[in-house]
Unconditional design. Sequence first.
Length: 226
Amino acid sequence: MPTTGVLALALTGAVLGAFVPWLAGRWAGVPRLDPARAGAGRPGAGRRGAARGRAVAWAAVAAVVFGGLGAAPGCGPALPAFLAVAAVGLLLAAVDLACLRLPDPLVGLAALGAAAGLVAAAAADGRPGRLLASLTGAGLSFLGYALLALLPGSRLGFGDVKLAAVLGLPLGWLGWPELLTGLVLPHVLHGLVVLGLLAARRIRRDTLLPLGPALLAGAWLATLAA
């Protein structure tokens, strides 16, 4: 994609990302700030400042995600499918960070966006057989993560299993190396985060941490490397 197209996608991502904290708050059940009290003292102003900071941070993350996908050579005609998954994925990551939950409606919306985009890409590319690779990728991802979730002592939730299956659709489209990378890399990223937080004494060994952001980040990095 030309540089102007990549920049346009990054700007689009930034605009969408700015709304991620507000939307995540609705899904996570975070109460809205009462407008009547928003300016009544320092606490309300502090909350508003923190909200603006989160909006800026998520806008920056979304700009990098969308811009990276636009620059990734492997997406090709399937770029809309990857962007749809990324858009919903940003919201899923924010919700998971807020309340350790991956809502089924959002996971289903990501699956719908991926499926619709990949079907259109297969028709435009003239290779409908690639859809079989996508479905196989989703099935293998679901099976692998479901087995991990059933292991004794596993902290993997079935929300993570379903999200992994959804991410298997675009990763399967890219190919087997990308699918394998997208399945393994999240655990490496998650492990590094856990070790860092333990070293900083921010968490304990029994602290539950969300895996959804690592799943999404791993799939994104696998896509960039395609």
